[in-house]
Ligand binder design. Structure first.
Ligand code: ZN
Length: 137
């Protein structure tokens, strides 16, 4: 596997509205996209830092995995996942599986910002939730 770059860093926040000014200051640019991802029960907001993005994740309900993550992190959230950009997520998943890496997603699914995505289990990735992303063709 040879990812081209870190596609984004996923950061869990309790409020995108409260967090956005800092990330706009840090990236030097306004948030370029805000999107609700229904099946993950989150609102996302994106900031560009060169080729890499910052993805803020705010839970839409207490059952959201992001809400549970924030709860476990002193109610404040923090770095949630690291996403690597690959040419083909399905092929990358097959490679990971062949290496014995535990997968969360057995097949690519649609993520925020039009990407095809899949997650690897933190048990196999040194405790860091890891996402593989493929750009829309
Ligand atoms: Zn992500």
């Amino acid at each position: 596997m040879k990812p081209s770059h870190i596609e984004h860093l996923g950061i869990a926040v309790t409020s995108i509205d409260a967090a956005a000014p800092f990330f706009e200051f840090l990236s030097g640019e306004p948030c370029y996209k805000k999107e609700v991802v229904e099946d993950q029960k989150v609102i996302t907001a994106f900031f560009k830092v060169g080729e890499t993005k910052i993805e803020l994740l705010e839970p839409t309900c207490p059952e959201s995995t992001i809400a549970k993550f924030i709860e476990k992190n002193n109610g404040r959230g923090g770095l949630h996942h690291v996403a690597f950009n690959v040419e083909n997520v399905a092929e990358a998943l097959a490679e990971c599986e062949a290496k014995g890496i535990q997968l969360i997603d057995k097949a690519p699914r649609k993520g925020a910002d039009n990407l095809m995505i899949a997650f690897l289990h933190p048990k196999s990735t040194c405790g860091v939730l890891t996402e593989l992303c493929e750009q829309p063709k």
